[in-house]
Write a protein that binds this ligand. Structure first.
Ligand SMILES: [Zn+2]
Length: 85
Protein backbone atom coordinates (compact mmCIF):
# COMPACT_ATOMS: atom_id res chain seq x y z
CA UNK A 1 0.00 0.00 0.00
CA UNK A 2 2.85 2.36 0.81
CA UNK A 3 4.35 2.01 -2.64
CA UNK A 4 1.00 2.65 -4.29
CA UNK A 5 0.56 5.80 -2.22
CA UNK A 6 3.93 7.16 -3.32
CA UNK A 7 3.12 6.54 -6.95
CA UNK A 8 -0.15 8.35 -6.53
CA UNK A 9 1.52 11.34 -4.92
CA UNK A 10 3.66 11.86 -8.01
CA UNK A 11 0.45 12.61 -9.81
CA UNK A 12 0.82 16.39 -9.93
CA UNK A 13 -0.16 17.12 -13.51
CA UNK A 14 -1.48 20.58 -14.30
CA UNK A 15 -3.54 19.16 -17.13
CA UNK A 16 -5.51 15.94 -17.15
CA UNK A 17 -7.58 14.05 -19.64
CA UNK A 18 -11.23 15.02 -19.37
CA UNK A 19 -13.81 12.50 -20.57
CA UNK A 20 -16.40 15.19 -21.24
CA UNK A 21 -14.11 17.45 -23.25
CA UNK A 22 -12.36 14.42 -24.79
CA UNK A 23 -9.04 16.18 -24.47
CA UNK A 24 -6.27 16.89 -21.98
CA UNK A 25 -7.56 19.99 -20.25
CA UNK A 26 -5.93 22.37 -17.76
CA UNK A 27 -7.22 21.60 -14.30
CA UNK A 28 -7.92 23.65 -11.23
CA UNK A 29 -6.88 22.30 -7.87
CA UNK A 30 -9.52 22.51 -5.18
CA UNK A 31 -9.05 21.65 -1.53
CA UNK A 32 -11.63 18.98 -0.88
CA UNK A 33 -11.02 17.68 2.61
CA UNK A 34 -8.60 18.37 5.44
CA UNK A 35 -7.67 15.46 7.67
CA UNK A 36 -5.30 15.48 10.66
CA UNK A 37 -2.52 13.80 8.69
CA UNK A 38 -3.33 14.70 5.10
CA UNK A 39 -5.32 16.87 2.74
CA UNK A 40 -7.41 15.76 -0.21
CA UNK A 41 -7.45 17.84 -3.36
CA UNK A 42 -9.91 17.61 -6.20
CA UNK A 43 -8.97 18.43 -9.78
CA UNK A 44 -11.60 20.21 -11.81
CA UNK A 45 -11.53 20.62 -15.57
CA UNK A 46 -11.36 24.32 -16.44
CA UNK A 47 -13.46 23.64 -19.53
CA UNK A 48 -16.53 21.96 -18.07
CA UNK A 49 -15.82 22.13 -14.31
CA UNK A 50 -16.23 18.40 -13.83
CA UNK A 51 -13.94 16.45 -11.52
CA UNK A 52 -11.21 14.69 -13.49
CA UNK A 53 -9.05 13.50 -10.63
CA UNK A 54 -8.01 13.83 -7.04
CA UNK A 55 -4.85 13.84 -5.04
CA UNK A 56 -3.92 13.48 -1.40
CA UNK A 57 -1.08 15.36 0.20
CA UNK A 58 0.34 14.00 3.41
CA UNK A 59 1.48 16.30 6.19
CA UNK A 60 5.12 15.40 5.55
CA UNK A 61 4.86 16.14 1.85
CA UNK A 62 3.16 19.47 2.53
CA UNK A 63 5.94 20.50 4.91
CA UNK A 64 8.53 19.67 2.25
CA UNK A 65 6.62 21.69 -0.34
CA UNK A 66 6.43 24.67 2.00
CA UNK A 67 10.15 24.41 2.79
CA UNK A 68 10.89 24.54 -0.93
CA UNK A 69 8.61 27.53 -1.45
CA UNK A 70 10.19 29.67 1.27
CA UNK A 71 13.30 30.81 -0.68
CA UNK A 72 11.09 31.97 -3.55
CA UNK A 73 8.80 34.08 -1.38
CA UNK A 74 11.70 35.60 0.57
CA UNK A 75 13.58 36.66 -2.52
CA UNK A 76 11.16 39.42 -3.43
CA UNK A 77 10.57 40.53 0.14
CA UNK A 78 12.75 43.45 1.17
CA UNK A 79 11.25 44.10 4.62
CA UNK A 80 13.38 42.60 7.37
CA UNK A 81 11.72 39.86 9.34
CA UNK A 82 12.29 40.15 13.05
CA UNK A 83 12.43 36.85 14.83
CA UNK A 84 12.36 36.33 18.55
CA UNK A 85 15.57 34.43 19.06
ZN1 LIG B 1 -13.87 19.04 -19.32
Amino acid sequence: MGIEMNQFENFTASSLYCGKCRAAMPVRERLLLVLPDKELYDYLCTGCASSVGSREVTAGEKMMAQAMEVPHSRRGRRAPISLHS
